[in-house]
Design a protein around this ligand. Structure first.
Ligand code: SF4
Ligand code: SF4
Length: 199
């Protein structure tokens, strides 16, 4: 076609005198829209270390690393931002609703992938019978608070709450053999079943 179409000509003139649709970033700061899904961030005080966010992450970018052999058993939740797809499933599934939230941060480029890892650490509670993992300390306390008076129907829940209030203390030595009196301890389901059924 020899001459441009009239419609294209009008569009070209309009674009010369109107504001651009795109933002001026990176030359000007950019504020994302209200519901923009940016970098997920852990909030230490609200996260209880339950690992539900890791279970639902479709990209598998939240790694759970449990260290149960050390003097201070701990759980590390590692968020690998270089694989995050910003879907928001971690935030939606967070049991406290505040443990992990998507921020409006979007400028996440790094040269070294290790710089794209963020982590949070939580204390773990082990079974006082066999030493296997029961859960994170904050998670057990959260469950006890959620249950309220019903927590007193299970020693693991109410002892976790009492220990958090410093009204009960962890036994240091593990018993040689579980006896009936060990029922009033923090125990894994297997040990509790053994004590209840076999002693
Ligand atoms: S936003 Fe989606 S991909 Fe990113 S950490 Fe959360 S669940 Fe995983
Ligand atoms: S409390 Fe929320 S952020 Fe923390 S581990 Fe559980 S689901 Fe993840």
């Amino acid at each position: 076609m020899k001459y441009p179409k009239i419609r294209e000509l009008i569009e070209a003139v309009k674009s010369l005198i109107s504001k651009p649709y795109t933002s001026g970033y990176p030359f000007k700061p950019h504020t994302p829209e209200k519901k923009f899904r940016g970098k997920p961030e852990y909030h230490k005080d609200s996260c209880v270390g339950c690992a539900a966010c890791s279970e639902v992450c479709p990209a598998g970018c939240i790694k759970v690393i449990d260290s149960t052999d050390s003097d201070k058993p701990s759980r590390k939740l590692e968020l690998h931002l270089d694989s995050c797809i910003f879907c928001g499933q971690c935030q939606a599934a967070c049991i406290t609703q505040e443990g992990i939230r998507l921020s409006d941060k979007f400028d996440l480029a790094v040269f070294d992938r290790n710089e794209a890892i963020e982590s949070i650490e939580k204390e773990l509670v082990l079974c006082e019978g066999c030493g296997c993992l029961v859960g994170s300390k904050d998670h057990l306390v959260w469950v006890a608070k959620k249950l309220g008076p019903l927590a007193y129907s299970g020693p693991t829940a109410y002892l976790s709450a009492l220990k958090d209030l410093k009204l009960a203390y962890l036994k240091i030595e593990k018993p040689e053999e579980l006896t009936r009196q060990d029922r009033v301890n923090i125990l894994c389901p297997k040990c509790r079943r053994e004590i209840t059924l076999e002693t």
